[in-house]
Design a binder for this molecule. Sequence first.
Ligand code: HEM
Length: 428
Amino acid sequence: MPPDPQPPLPAGPTAHPAVQAALLARDPQGALLRARARHGPVFTLRLFGVGPVVVASSADAVGRIADADPVGSSAGRARRGVLPQAAAGSAFGSDGEEHRTVRARIAPPFDAARVAARQEAMAAVAAAHVATWPTGRPFRLLSRTRTLAEELFVRFVLGVEDDDRARAVVQAVGRTLRTPGNPPLTPPDRDELRPLGPLVHAEFERRLRPLRDLLAREVGDRRAGRRPMGDGILGHVAAADLPDDRVVEELLVVLAAAQEPMAIALTRVLDRYARDPGLVRALEADGPDAPLFDAVASEALRLHPPALAALRTLARGEEVAGHRLPAGTDVMVPFPLLHRDPAAFPDPHRFDPSRFLGGPPPPTFLPFGVGERRCPGEPLAGVELRAVVPAVLAALRLRPLSREPERAVQRATVLVPQRSGLLVASRR
Ligand code: HEM
């Protein structure tokens, strides 16, 4: 007997894959909400350059798919499909045993107590940055929070303590990762879309070279005893028996993961404070350790999650919300839909921090993902928010230029405010 044919993937939009990719990139929130309204909580998007991706926004998808890594699903494989630059040997792009080894190597510097001890020092770095931010003319908050997030990470987590060296690494990260504006499409991989792929890849490699050299020097100096190993990621990676290019590969992905979502989170939380002087007064009165601060931050990340989704490739067949999905299916469990599900968040489009004051959040609140692949940077992100947001608001009054928070555009795996958080600041 012939084997059972594969069940068809769930229905979804029928527009050409290039159109679907462009619509998702331009307005991910709107595109996902429209598709859910039309097709229900589980549907298939067909995206140019990526292929079919099943979007599973039902509550049961969280446990069955997003939290099933590594037995039932693979995050590394799925992420590499969307972001070819996520190396297969990195914490972001690896799977199974290899992932556990890499993740264990970078875990100690993220320890919650270790990062909490650096909150005051982070606030001082933030205050120094804020003193240089422009006033009286519009500027893009996101480009400032990026540089700040990079410096905090390079100094306090990577472990580059020397001022000049830290500055050099921050500048090299900026040159490597930054692109003008917010291009909504991921650069193609070396082997894709010839001749564009090889050209873009060569340009990326050219920009990367100074950063590669600096990271290799930091690791080499630690290995040769010219610098103390320290308790940052560099020390842990230097102590491992790995060739230089592998070390750089691991560090680069962590640097990218540390910078963009963190900068977006800082921008989104500051934007919410900028829109409500009452919240700023409460922060001044009670400080960032009061429950209201966490509630404001959570509500900002609920409505504006910096990451698009938990991405997984199914390692086995799975049934979600009545749909049978075969092994090998690429699935996205999308935060913008889970976070605006009225069953979990009544009146879901309204900004209301008090929904996070009454107890633990619903299990579908996942700005940092879930399970084995949950973000290791979450404790660091909490400390950075508590260090940076009060430092900015103590120095500046912020006035956003848009009436509503900017809608997000999709850029690879992150959701960036459309105009990078355009606002005007004045000194207090
Ligand atoms: C507010 C800021 C941040 C947000 C919202 C965020 C969000 C996320 C999300 C959603 C994932 C995927 C989880 C999943 O697939 O289930 C992730 C993974 C990851 N994040 Fe973050 N992140 C943030 C900050 C950071 C920082 C500061 C670092 C520092 C290095 C970091 C490092 C990573 C790494 C290495 C992974 C891959 C983890 C793995 O697969 O084991 N993130 N993050």
